[in-house]
Design a protein around this ligand. Structure first.
Ligand code: DOR
Ligand code: ZN
Length: 334
């Protein structure tokens, strides 16, 4: 039996730059029709010129023309309406990081004072630019996301016409917040559907599963699985595939990020088949995103998967993928 996906989308992806970009971009462009590209380069993508130049480098690195990089800027409260109007046609969303919460986010937001954020967020709302948020406080690591829910609620009610995407949700608390506000949506990663904190730190420490937000409890994973497997209309797939060189992961001071781009669709397919919900996979990996992001056009691309084992390479360039050297059940077939 083969499974056909029309124009699968990855609504949260890190492609980096330079040699790393050249290594990882083709691994996404070969299986996805497009992706929301994160702006946390060094320095972060925060001007129109930087955004256009980065998009061009991505297009050059994807040796495949039917892949659309949907570009984002790194949120700054100093963005004016005039600036946003001038860049609107080049971008798909703006990504907000709390200051210092994760890789290359030092220039992010602190405090979340609605009045300070109002001019930029109102302009985004008027211009219909979605706001993607890495929702974690700097509290206790297991509680950071749940603590951030009150900030999501404050923003969702202060800016009711702004589309707010809770990125890479990991908790039952975030899943429950989705239905309380019409303008709150979420991306869910592959790794948070597959693992819990036990897989990261319950036995020998697994650096390649260490990420932000950290994987949580079994009941959190169950809540994520429920909305993903039913393709709840407010959730969509966003891999948060975040490559780091092996030496930065297998070291004292492990960088956060799980690299899933080359195995994402295959493992999602296995998960959905196992739960007899494969009919919902198309909505989770593409259709829901097109309804949530009203401002994207997607190239037509058909990806076919079959139950055929695939031995995951131990490395792609310098990057160790999730399930490295393991055998997974589904393969992408031409
Ligand atoms: O694990 C993560 N890695 N979480 C993030 O939010 C950022 C990402 C990265 O850029 O490495
Ligand atoms: Zn990310």
């Amino acid at each position: 039996m083969s499974i056909t996906l029309n124009s699968p989308l990855d609504m949260h992806l890190h492609l980096r730059d330079g040699d790393m970009l050249k290594t990882v971009a083709p691994l996404s462009s070969s299986s996805f029709a497009g992706a929301i590209i994160m702006p946390n380069l060094v320095p972060p993508v925060s001007t129109k010129e930087e955004l256009i130049a980065y998009k061009k480098r991505i297009e050059e690195a994807c040796d495949n023309s039917s892949f659309t990089p949907y570009m984002t800027l790194f949120f700054k409260p100093s963005y004016t309406k005039e600036f946003l109007e001038s860049v609107k046609d080049e971008l798909t969303a703006i990504k907000l990081y709390p200051a210092g919460i994760t890789t290359n986010s030092e220039g992010g937001v602190s405090g979340f004072d609605v009045e300070e954020l109002r001019p930029t967020l109102e302009a985004m709302s008027e211009l219909e630019i979605p706001l993607c948020i890495h929702g974690e406080t700097n509290g206790f690591v297991m509680d950071r996301e749940a603590e951030f829910v009150s900030i999501y609620e404050k923003l969702a009610s202060a800016f009711p016409n702004l589309t707010i995407i809770m990125e890479h949700i990991t908790t039952k608390a975030s899943v429950e917040a989705l239905d309380r506000f019409d303008n709150l949506y979420a991306t869910i990663t592959l790794h948070h559907l597959m693992i819990t904190l036990d897989d990261v730190a319950g036995g020998m420490l697994q650096p390649h599963l260490f990420c932000k937000p950290i994987a949580k409890r079994p009941e959190d994973r169950e809540a994520l699985r429920k909305v993903a497997l039913e393709a709840h209309p407010k959730v969509m797939f966003g891999s948060d595939s975040a490559p780091h060189p092996q030496h930065a992961k297998e070291s004292c001071g492990c960088a956060a990020g799980v690299f899933t781009a080359p195995i994402a669709l295959q493992v999602l397919t296995e998960l959905f088949v196992e739960h007899s919900t494969v009919k919902n996979l198309q909505a989770f990996v593409s259709d829901n995103a097109l309804k949530i992001y009203k401002n994207i056009e997607v190239p037509k691309k058909t990806i076919r998967l079959e139950k055929k084992t695939f031995v995951v390479p131990p490395k792609y360039g310098t990057v160790v993928p999730m399930y490295a050297s393991e055998t997974i059940a589904y393969s992408i077939v031409e």
